[in-house]
Design a protein around this ligand. Structure first.
Ligand SMILES: C[C@](O)(CO)[C@H](O)COP(=O)(O)OP(=O)(O)OC[C@H]1O[C@@H](n2ccc(N)nc2=O)[C@H](O)[C@@H]1O
Ligand SMILES: Nc1ncnc2c1ncn2[C@@H]1O[C@H](COP(=O)(O)OP(=O)(O)OP(=O)(O)O)[C@@H](O)[C@H]1O
Length: 305
């Protein structure tokens, strides 16, 4: 389906967590993190056009999995912005062209929240500054501020307090979505269950990982990636072990679960190696698909016209 005419369109990237260090559960139910985000070139496009009421349409392979009611993060973003700036006619048609796997650990819903926020700000001329937009993003969810800024960043707190990171060059990734998603709260709960009775250290980003991003060396980055949620995701979805193994056997430098999963992420030496790993993963039958993408990618971006 073509983009609805006469609207404002924003393109927003997916993310992979190259390090996800998870602290002990906090009294509010969240976990303190050292969350090293890298935006990657798989995108949702959000188009907003004026409408009498709030209306959501979705296209793309996973469209049937996306809620069309007020629980959609894009709808919540529009409502929060309208309430905060007293927008008189906040009716809006939000169209989501979805390419990011749903409930896949790649922040697809967060991308749509950040995209709708930026698009509605432009449509309504609310003139919200960067700080106000980031504040609304943090209210929408822990991953949403990063979807707005993109690039690479260290997320502290529950992931919403961002420090941009330097990255040299591009890293070549392969992403293997699974059939069916995983619930983020369920994966955090499983992580707590698996670690019950053990001392959980304060989460810290490792200097080796930050140095690998700065130098742009995929071999160094591969040696440093880690995800504390991976054992929990594999515990809830044991078939992920075979996907990770298939990517490693195909020559990936690193294989890890993306965030809360179940999408698996594979770091490759270069573009040609990424294509080979993707082909081998597809042939292995251990995942629904395999797609190459590069990171870092720009954050939420208004598209011309
Ligand atoms: C797994 C990650 O994707 C890694 O980037 C994020 O930590 C999840 O971020 P998100 O989907 O934006 O999560 P939110 O919508 O803020 O929270 C959903 C649920 O995930 C759990 N949650 C999330 C973030 C965090 N730092 N600790 C948590 O325990 C909580 O149970 C929370 O109720
Ligand atoms: N715009 C949206 N797109 C997809 N899912 C949405 C959206 N808004 C709300 N949701 C709900 O959020 C759930 C999680 O979807 P999402 O694609 O954001 O997961 P995720 O990529 O695993 O997130 P994260 O990596 O931030 O933990 C979905 O199952 C759906 O019910």
């Amino acid at each position: 389906m073509a983009r609805p005419a006469g609207g404002v369109t924003v393109r927003v990237p997916a993310k992979v967590n190259v390090q996800l260090a998870v602290g002990a559960p906090r009294p509010d139910g969240f976990h303190d993190l050292a969350n090293v985000f890298l935006a990657v070139g798989l995108y949702d496009e959000i188009t907003v056009t004026p409408s009498d009421t709030l209306r959501i349409t979705v296209t793309g392979p996973d469209a049937h999995l996306v809620p069309r009611d007020g629980t959609n993060l894009a709808a919540r973003a529009a409502e929060l912005l309208a309430a905060r700036y007293g927008v008189k006619d906040p009716g809006v048609h939000i169209h989501i062209a979805k390419d990011i796997p749903v409930a896949g650990g790649m922040a697809g819903g967060s991308a749509d929240g950040a995209g709708a926020l930026l698009a509605c700000d432009a449509l309504w001329g609310t003139g919200a500054g960067r700080t106000e937009l980031l504040d609304i993003c943090a209210e929408l969810g822990s991953d949403v501020p990063f979807s707005l800024v993109g690039g690479a960043a260290l997320g502290r707190g529950r992931g919403e307090i961002l420090t941009p990171l330097d990255v040299r060059g591009v890293f070549h990734w392969v992403f293997a979505p699974a059939d069916g998603g995983l619930s983020t709260p369920a994966v955090y709960r499983e992580c707590d269950r698996l670690r019950a009775g053990t001392a959980v250290p304060e989460p810290e980003a490792t200097p080796q990982l930050l140095a690998a991003l700065r130098t742009g060396d995929p071999v160094s980055l591969a040696a440093a990636v880690s995800n504390d949620l991976q054992p929990a995701a594999v515990s809830l979805r044991p078939s992920l072990a075979a996907t990770l193994e298939a990517g490693t056997a195909a020559g990936a430098l690193a294989a890890l679960v993306s965030g809360s999963g179940p999408t698996c992420a594979f770091l490759a030496e270069d573009a040609a190696a990424a294509e080979r790993v993707a082909a081998a993963l597809t042939a292995s039958g251990t995942c629904r698909a395999a797609r190459v993408a590069q990171g870092p990618a720009a954050g939420a971006t208004l598209l011309p016209g």
